[in-house]
Design a protein around this ligand. Structure first.
Ligand code: SAM
Ligand code: SF4
Ligand code: F3S
Length: 458
């Protein structure tokens, strides 16, 4: 971590009592959202309050994602539109943080083509934020810090987005180098947090009333590999399960090549661990999996699923899928549809392959047209829709424990929440139940959700 006390004190001195407001927007995965919460924690130390409107802010920070080209284009669009804001209010400070900036060609492009941006902050340099802001306050045209020294300042207090659901990163980076993926290049190698720090953080969150703890890592199954000693992800789960209180533990993501029986046993044996596993398969074709460098076969994946379902035939699984990986054939794609039907996922997160410069797949030949990729995507979603419509019927008549998230968007007077199985559940209820556990008896299924009647308030 970078020593930043002097910069913090100097900024506090410069601003004095002057009120200051920041707009921090995070894109991408939950790890990035968690980084956004750390950025907010630092800004809180600097005396900032927060707004949801960029027009009211003296400081704007965009915490970006680089996983697909569309995500980057969106950020460039937003940064472009901020030129006007800066012209109207030259004292406005604009910073770009997150995974995009960890690519030097992007940091260069921002410096060259977007003069409205004051500073660029890399994913491993969050603690350098006060220094960059200070340089800016002292008149620098542009500052950047994309070095690697800080993953998690255990001291930084995060300003969390929710009062009942908390994300807790347990490790950073990724060693897997799937050939399509930019993450290892923008997040560096795997580094695990100390188990004692994680346990202490979760204890504190539970004491403060948090009901759901989401443990985050690009591959939580390799947690502890870099720490040495008797540390592993299943052991971490078992330790967290010992913490007293009424709360759920979830985690994301779990690489299928490392999803061991020990992990699955821990899920079944720990009462606080939610009964759901996100197991990203990416493709149902062995040839595509090999070219993706995923290091498992469909057979091995199905063996893992088989073990889970031997313990609970109705266990809930979700996955990530990529459509249109370079030269994916009709047969490859048909194998993916087959796998979806075989596994019977409750939900899938599917993406059309996006070429990321610097990755191995970016150099692979790709003769599949965009039109074919879009058609395959539609077919994939349609197949999953019919799988979940049928598969969700197993919940009818069941009483499910649900953590209430908020008001349902489409059904007036209804609340929405998620069950332990990670199923969206809607039911009629009072807003006072938001953030609480309730019990709902399931009456009907809808697309991507189930609905029922409130039977017990906790
Ligand atoms: N570490 C997680 C894992 O291996 O399951 C995945 C993290 S990644 C941020 C989330 C998902 O984005 C991946 O599972 C993959 O489906 C998708 N993804 C990553 N790179 C992609 C690319 N270049 N094009 C399309 N989808 C991509
Ligand atoms: Fe990307 Fe693969 Fe690492 Fe997941 S495991 S972050 S898909 S390289
Ligand atoms: Fe996450 Fe996007 Fe970075 S998915 S790790 S924010 S590239």
């Amino acid at each position: 971590m970078k020593e930043n006390t002097a910069a913090i004190n100097e900024i506090l001195r410069i601003f004095g009592d002057k009120p200051r407001t920041a707009y921090v927007r995070s894109f991408g995965c939950q790890l990035n959202v968690s980084d956004g919460e750390k950025i907010k924690g630092l800004l809180h130390e600097l005396g900032y309050t927060f707004t949801d409107s960029e027009n009211e802010a003296d400081l704007i920070i965009l915490n970006t994602c680089a996983v697909r080209e569309s995500a980057e284009d969106r950020v460039f669009g937003i940064v472009g539109s901020m030129k006007k804001l800066k012209e109207q209010r030259p004292s406005l400070m604009i910073g770009v943080a997150g995974c995009m900036t960890a690519q030097s060609h992007i940091a260069e492009k921002i410096k060259r083509s977007y003069p409205q941006v004051d500073f660029v902050l890399g994913t491993s340099a969050i603690s350098a934020l006060p220094e960059l802001m200070l340089e800016c306050l002292r008149g620098a045209r542009f500052s950047a810090d994309i070095s690697e020294y800080d993953d998690f300042s255990e001291e930084t207090i995060q300003i969390r987005e929710s009062t009942f659901k908390a994300s807790v990163p347990i490790m950073f980076g990724c060693n897997n180098f799937c050939t399509y993926c930019i993450v290892p290049y923008v997040r560096g190698r795997e580094r695990s947090r100390r188990m004692a720090d994680i346990v202490a953080e979760v204890e504190g969150l539970v004491r403060n009333g948090y009901k759901e703890i989401m443990l985050l890592g690009q591959n939580v199954n390799s947690y502890g590999n870099d720490l040495g000693g008797d540390v592993s992800f299943p052991k971490l789960l078992r330790s967290l399960n010992e913490i007293e209180g009424d709360f759920w533990i979830r985690f994301m993501s779990s690489h299928p090549k490392d999803a061991s029986r020990e992990l699955i046993d821990a899920i079944f044996e720990c009462d606080k661990v939610a009964k759901h596993l996100h197991l990203p398969v990416q493709s149902g074709s062995d040839d595509v999996l090999r070219r993706m460098n995923r290091r498992y076969t469909v057979e091995k994946y199905l063996e893992t699923v088989g073990y889970i379902r031997s313990r609970d035939p109705e266990f809930s699984l979700t996955t990530d899928l990529i459509v249109g990986f370079p030269n994916e054939t009709d047969e490859d794609f048909a194998a993916t549809l087959d796998l979806i039907k075989k596994v019977r996922y409750d939900n899938i997160y599917s993406f059309i392959y996006s070429k990321r410069s610097g990755t191995k797949a970016a150099d692979m030949e790709d003769n599949t047209s965009d039109e074919v990729k879009s058609r395959r995507m539609r077919e994939l979603l349609e197949t999953q829709r019919s799988v979940s419509t049928e598969w969700y019927k197993r919940f009818i008549g069941r009483k499910m424990r649900v953590l209430v998230d908020g008001e349902a968007k489409k059904r007036k007077g209804c609340l929405t929440g998620k069950s332990s199985e990670f199923i969206i559940v809607e039911f009629e209820g009072d807003n006072s139940l938001i953030g609480q556990f309730v019990e709902v008896e399931i009456i009907e299924t809808m697309n991507w959700a189930v609905a029922g009647r409130l039977t017990k308030e906790n």
